[in-house]
Design a protein around this ligand. Structure first.
Ligand SMILES: C[S@@+](CC[C@H](N)C(=O)[O-])C[C@H]1O[C@@H](n2cnc3c(N)ncnc32)[C@H](O)[C@@H]1O
Length: 382
């Protein structure tokens, strides 16, 4: 096993090793190879996938210099441990759509495995994972016993990591999942993320329990998750809004699938809809990631404050706002700050009733806080 050497003799516990921390690498390392990461004086830190092009030059696989080869058995053991954790969480009591592998949160940096009933979607975000796709697919099949596996990779990641997964990706795999009694069509090949926002399962359930008799506005509704949960919970009126027509087509199909035809969907910009202040007692704001880089944070912050200001202004006294950030660079404190500013601007008083976030099938390694990305606040507005 070839080695890469860090600057300095501190052994990092973080599973991502950034390019700037690497002083030199042995000759002959190919992109995606398993390497030994060592401190400057040669002490072993961990085995890692190496990426020549990425700023994340090495992703730690394990801390065992003489561990077994990184092959199908190795992946099956890791994915098996992650699957056993989900079993212990008893997720299948309420759904057949959940995350089986959450990258660093499950000791598999760069790998996402979501399960949608008999389909599993595998998303790779590192060159080393791409080089081991056959082994990963075999391990997933073995551990989960799924009939179909869909491989996905983000074009920007492919560019950064230097691989092309297109000929591994099926283009038309769809399935139907159940979550808290609601059924959803999932487009595993073309849908956003891996096809469904499994990370909002608990928040959707919260909305179904709050919705009775309320007029609900689900902004950024994607395939209608919050809207349908609200309708099932007895909302008096529900409007879902999204800019993506394919997502809205799925949302309408999902309404039909659940016999909730009264739910309305509109193709529109969420900001425009809020500016016309439609009647609502409960608003859900679940925007996409507003910033991917630190340099985008100022603009993103303004957007988040504007969005929350418009939503608070649209609500009557006693209204509820469930507002989210999936921008991993922000945590709870930042989102509370945006809401505070929005409350002042909209001349509302706001109390936090609950702080929510990603559910336990999205674990966070305390050494890698970046794997925590979703924060939600349930607000009472007066
Ligand atoms: C995080 S997802 C929402 C997930 C959804 N709440 C669920 O539970 O499935 C963000 C959604 O915002 C939509 N979107 C992005 N910009 C938008 C805008 N300006 N107005 C309305 N929708 C937008 C995207 O098409 C995407 O469906």
């Amino acid at each position: 096993m070839r080695s890469v050497y860090l600057r300095g003799n501190d052994a990092p516990r973080h599973p991502r090793i950034f390019k700037k921390r690497i002083r030199r690498a042995d000759g002959g390392i190919r992109p995606g190879d398993v390497v030994a990461v060592r401190t400057a004086d040669g002490a072993f830190v961990g085995r890692a996938f190496y990426s020549h092009r990425s700023v994340i030059a090495a992703r730690i696989l394990d801390r065992d210099e003489y561990g077994p080869p990184v092959d199908t058995e190795w992946f099956a053991a890791r994915i098996g441990a992650a699957a056993a954790l989900r079993e212990a969480l008893r997720l299948t009591d309420v759904t057949d759509a959940y995350r089986v592998v959450h990258a660093e949160g499950d000791g598999l940096g760069g790998l996402i495995v979501d399960r949608y009933g008999d389909v599993s979607v595998v998303e790779v975000r590192a060159r080393g994972l791409f080089e081991h796709l056959d082994e990963i697919e075999e391990a997933v099949r073995r551990v989960l016993g799924v009939e179909r596996i869909v491989v996905r990779a983000d074009a920007r990641v492919e560019e950064i990591e230097g691989f092309v997964a297109a000929d591994r990706c099926a283009s038309d795999v769809r399935t139907i999942v159940t979550e808290h009694g609601l059924r959803f069509h999932v487009d595993c090949s073309q849908g956003h993320k891996t096809g469904f926002f499994v990370d909002q399962r608990e928040a959707r359930h919260l909305v179904s329990r709050l919705a009775e008799g309320r007029r609900v506005l689900d902004l950024f509704c994607y395939s209608g998750g919050f809207a349908l949960a609200a309708a099932r919970g007895g909302a008096s009126a529900v409007l879902g809004v999204d800019l993506d027509e394919a997502a809205l087509a799925l949302a309408s199909e999902n309404a039909l699938l659940n016999g909730l035809e009264g739910v309305e969907f509109e193709h529109a910009d969420a900001f425009d809809v809020l500016r016309r202040a439609p009647p609502a007692d409960l608003i859900v704001l679940d925007p996409p990631k507003l910033a991917s880089h630190r340099r985008e944070l100022d603009r993103a912050r303004r957007k988040s404050v504007d969005l929350n200001t418009l939503a608070l202004a649209a609500l009557p006294k006693g209204g509820l706002l469930l507002t989210f950030s999936c921008t991993g660079l922000w945590g709870e404190a930042e989102l509370v700050g945006h809401v505070r500013e929005a409350a002042r601007r909209s001349r509302r008083f706001v109390r936090i009733l609950r702080v929510t976030g990603q559910p336990p099938d999205h674990p966070v390694d305390v050494e890698c806080p970046e794997s925590r990305y979703l924060t939600g606040l349930l607000l009472f507005v007066t």
